[in-house]
Design a protein around this ligand. Structure first.
Ligand code: MN9
Length: 288
């Protein structure tokens, strides 16, 4: 479960209904064109926090059916509704997902004992492994090295998706937990994270830019920093444009330009204006 892992996009129609055919096409594009090493399902990029439990299950089921055993699959099951998280953990485990992941519980200011109880409750309910999903800029939950150490005492908790720019903490984590899996979560900081010794990366832009991410990771690991930096520069030119134009909407529009039925984002996320659709088309021509 190392390497470039796409945070999978999901296709919704104009009314916000799940588009199974489109989801399958996005998966195929990731496996056949971007050639990524795995998929992270129902994360932020999958618009997970705006959809129902039944829809989450449909996405887990369709994805496993399309991928079979081609690449490892990670199921993000985290929810402030702990019963839902456990239900989803059982569901994804029964489907044969290779690992689970759960976002730190958010909205309420849970104390660390509550967070620890949340992770142990989810992972001890199933025969599977857990990757912590840490994304402080969206959740407001910032954990310390000592707190990660306490969570990692449970051997079923095998790693972390580290979506943060705190490279001091990242370095301390690498040194302290050589046997745990650390995934970079910000695609625009992939090279510096690689230099610090991550095992892989999980990101949204890999849906379209997975081939460049692979080069950055491989060159970075080989110590070919100049070459890797050039590719990170091009990657970040693209990511900056995507962020300015609307993150998930623009990636979907780029996929559509490549013939993938990627659909629209789920409300309350808005649809792109004509101008922004045109910008996404230009980006596709320039970068893909
Ligand atoms: O999880 C993604 N985070 C979010 C990873 O979507 C919130 C990243 O891949 C970012 O989308 C990407 C752009 O900032 O690095």
């Amino acid at each position: 479960m190392k390497g470039v892992i796409t945070a999978l996009m999901v296709s919704y129609d104009r009314e916000g209904n799940l588009n199974e055919k489109g989801l399958r096409e996005i998966i195929r594009y990731n496996l056949d064109v971007c050639k990524v090493d795995g998929l992270y399902v129902n994360g932020s990029t999958g618009e997970n926090f705006m959809i129902s439990t039944e829809e989450k299950k449909d996405i887990f089921r369709i994805t496993k059916d399309e991928v079979k055993d081609q690449v490892p699959l990670i199921a993000q099951v985290g929810s402030v509704n702990l019963k839902e998280a456990i239900d989803l953990a059982k569901y994804a485990t029964n489907l044969g997902y290779d690992a689970l992941s759960a976002v730190t519980p958010f909205y309420y200011k849970f104390n660390f004992n509550e967070i620890k109880h949340y992770y142990n409750s989810i992972i001890n309910a199933v025969e599977n492994k857990m990757i912590i999903y840490s994304i402080p800029f969206l959740t407001g939950v910032d954990m310390s090295l000592d707190q990660f150490t306490e969570l990692f005492e449970n051997e079923k908790i095998i790693g972390v998706k580290f979506t943060a720019g705190d490279f001091y903490l990242l370095e301390r984590m690498r040194k302290t937990f050589p046997e745990k899996l650390i995934y970079a979560g910000f695609d625009e900081m992939l090279l510096p994270a690689t230099v610090l010794g991550i095992d892989g990366a999980i990101g949204s832009t890999f849906n379209v830019n997975g081939h460049r991410a692979r080069k950055i990771l491989e060159l970075g690991k080989q110590g070919k920093i100049e070459e890797a930096r050039e590719i990170q520069h091009v990657t970040n030119d693209l990511i900056t444009e995507i962020l300015n134009n609307g993150l998930y909407q623009t990636i979907k529009e780029m996929l559509k330009e490549k013939g993938v039925d990627a659909g629209y984002c789920r409300a309350p996320m808005e649809k792109l204006s004509e101008d922004k659709v045109a910008t996404a088309r230009e980006l596709t021509k320039t970068y893909l």
